[in-house]
Design a protein. Structure first.
Length: 106
């Protein structure tokens, strides 16, 4: 487990198309949360993309789901931050070390 950040994905707003023909920066392997135009909220790992749709493995479902761009109200991507995780672990180690030294000396 590490530090993660959830960021909105600006759909259809990039100036140039990606290698997948999309106007955003989504790519296979991204962990995303999608809100559909019908209000359904899904967490999925992107497996395939094209200019008109996103396909992914949805938690709790056996088959991949393909969503058309027109059915997407909002997309958010989870991004891991190894640097934040390392900083947090280091800070906790220093605090625990300082506490231990204080308890031993006093």
């Amino acid at each position: 487990m590490g530090c993660t950040t959830v960021r909105p994905v600006a759909l259809h707003q990039a100036e140039a198309s990606s290698a997948f023909g999309r106007k955003d920066d989504l790519k296979p392997g991204d962990q995303i949360t999608v809100q559909t135009s019908k209000g359904e909220r899904l967490s999925m790992k992107v497996t395939a993309l094209d200019a008109a749709s996103i396909e992914g493995k949805v938690e709790g479902r056996s088959e991949n789901l393909r969503l058309q761009n027109a059915d997407l109200a909002e997309v958010q991507r989870e991004e891991s931050s190894p640097l934040k995780t390392t900083g947090l672990v280091t800070a906790v180690a220093y605090l625990l070390g300082g506490l231990l030294v204080t308890l031993v000396l006093f």
